[in-house]
Write a protein that binds this ligand. Structure first.
Ligand SMILES: Nc1nc2c(ncn2[C@@H]2O[C@H](COP(=O)(O)OP(=O)(O)O)[C@@H](O)[C@H]2O)c(=O)[nH]1
Ligand SMILES: [Mg+2]
Length: 479
């Protein structure tokens, strides 16, 4: 069928079967896009789209016309359509897009017409998968497409856009080239063993060290800048009445949590999403810990709070300036003395679990507007009432995670990519060790083969079926 396509630049290679999907979100909206790709996309389009300007004769140009059902010929919509002959399409196959009106019913009717014209419904991510299989995108770029669509913050979207441009390959490809070169040298040495001189060996060792540190650096970035992909979770804790819910509301900019002078108002926990410096931050207000529980509900709330603390990236432990402090910062009543001591022995105020959590805990003095005297210079203090200290608090949280304001990483490998990079890092290290141990060069060459295999897994040049399935399962239909 596509062998004799009239538009000149068509590709006569065998194409996969014709798929179609609604590519826009479901629900009310002005427009919808229905996408087709594969063998016979042009013919299927012709069967549902009637226009004085045949889109098949004018590739990549919009045509205006009528959408009809291919069998009943019933009018469905007035629409625009465009045809992309292979290989100049997103998938690399013959493709078409129909721009109809939106809504909850019409896109489905258009899709049904297209299916009646010979397409089958596309699987999630199948368009992007075909783009990958047809070498239009590398695997890391295909993943960036999914990330871009799923982005929930400016930081995530910006990072995905850079990855779509190939920012990760740009870092890895030089390492691949260098590894290939060193491997070739090792193989040459094997063939002419007398060439194995000391200076050549030292150059290879230095080269491997350099590659190792480049890859190790990428692994570190993947770990340390994870929040650019996943966002971060900031959990508020402290004694009842410390001002957690008030701070939660102040950081949110609206009254979401109930605030009351009665202790124990917040019994389960509340979550809300905010944006700090373009990063997605999940704020969590908890029932707080450390108070003697009055009833079963309080205990349940405290269990929940503990689980939240474990899942937190940063814990903000609030202490009211009106609460007696370690240095007797304020009133000291005999009754609360015991509580104070306990709080100091257990800086996070979280019992046994607090020992493991203290590394990610920031102590924040709350209600600073009520302070009777100056607080220590390095103390972090906020007032939910006046808003004082909120900006500093956000900066301090980011600093705790090793982030500087305005940081825009070129690339942050995702978990799949990082695991492959970590494997490559180990193999490079082992290759270097084998040479240091004076083992025959083919041992090192073998390690480098494994390293290359791992590096090529990132871009998808080395691939297994399960990786492919794992990557594309995360996509939505129509992408
Ligand atoms: N003056 C002042 N009062 C506050 C501040 N934050 C909270 N409060 C008061 O402290 C009490 C307990 O606050 P709340 O946010 O419910 O504490 P939580 O139990 O830790 O959630 C309420 O009466 C609040 O109005 C603050 O920054 N300044
Ligand atoms: Mg509360």
């Amino acid at each position: 069928m596509n062998g004799q396509n009239p538009w000149g630049d068509g590709d006569s290679r065998a194409q996969a079967d014709l798929i179609a999907a609604i590519s826009t979100a479901a629900g009310p909206g002005a427009l919808s896009v229905i996408r087709l790709s594969g063998q016979g996309a042009g013919q299927a389009l012709s069967r549902v789209f009637q226009s004085p300007t045949d889109p098949l004769q004018r590739p990549r140009a919009m045509a205006y016309g009528k959408l009809v059902h291919p069998e009943s010929k019933e009018l469905i919509d007035r629409a625009m359509a465009v045809f992309f002959p292979a290989p100049h399409s997103f998938t690399g196959e013959d493709s078409a897009e129909i721009f109809g009106h939106g809504g909850s019913t019409l896109p489905r009717l258009i899709l049904e017409a297209v299916l009646a014209a010979g397409a089958r419904p596309a699987n999630p991510g199948e368009f992007t998968q075909r783009a990958f299989l047809n070498d239009r995108l590398s695997l890391d770029q295909a993943e960036a497409v999914a990330d871009l669509v799923a982005a929930q913050s400016e930081a995530e979207a910006a990072l995905a856009a850079r990855h779509l441009e190939g920012a990760l390959s740009a870092k890895i490809d030089p390492a691949i080239d260098k590894t290939v070169n060193i491997q070739a040298e090792l193989v040459a040495i094997l063939d002419f063993e007398e060439d194995w001189d000391e200076s050549g060996r030292r150059a290879i060792l230095a080269g491997l060290k350099e590659i190792h540190s480049e890859i190790a650096n990428l692994c570190e970035i993947g770990k340390n800048l994870r929040v650019f992909r996943d966002g971060l979770r900031v959990v508020l804790t402290g004694l009842p009445n410390a001002g957690k819910s008030s701070l939660f509301n102040a950081l949110l900019g609206r009254d979401r949590a109930l605030v009351s002078p009665r202790p124990g108002t917040t019994r389960d926990y509340l979550e809300a999403t905010v944006s700090w410096d373009g990063l997605r931050v999940e704020l969590v207000d908890t029932a707080g810990l450390g108070a003697a529980s009055a009833d079963e509900l309080d205990e349940l709330g405290q269990d929940m709070a503990l689980r939240e603390l474990e899942a937190a990236d940063v814990i903000l432990r609030l202490r009211s300036v009106t609460e007696p402090g370690p240095d007797g910062a304020d009133s000291q009543t005999g009754g609360s003395q015991a509580g104070t001591d306990a709080a100091d022995a257990d800086p996070a105020g979280m019992g046994q679990a607090g020992k493991d959590l203290s590394a990610k805990t920031l102590t924040v003095w709350s209600k600073s507007d009520l302070a009777s005297g100056p607080l220590p210079n390095d103390a972090l203090s906020v007032s939910a009432l006046t808003g004082a200290g909120l900006g500093e608090l956000k900066l301090e949280v980011l600093k705790r995670l090793g982030l500087t304001p305005g940081l825009k990483p070129e690339t942050v490998p995702n978990l799949r990519q990082r695991l492959a990079l970590e494997e490559a890092r180990e193999r490079i290290w082992d290759a270097r060790q084998a040479l240091l141990d004076q083992l025959p060069p083919d041992i090192a060459a073998l390690e480098l083969s494994s390293a290359l295999e791992a590096l090529n897994r990132v871009s998808g040049r080395a691939l297994t079926e399960d990786v492919l399935a794992q990557v594309f399962a995360k996509f939505c239909v129509g992408k």
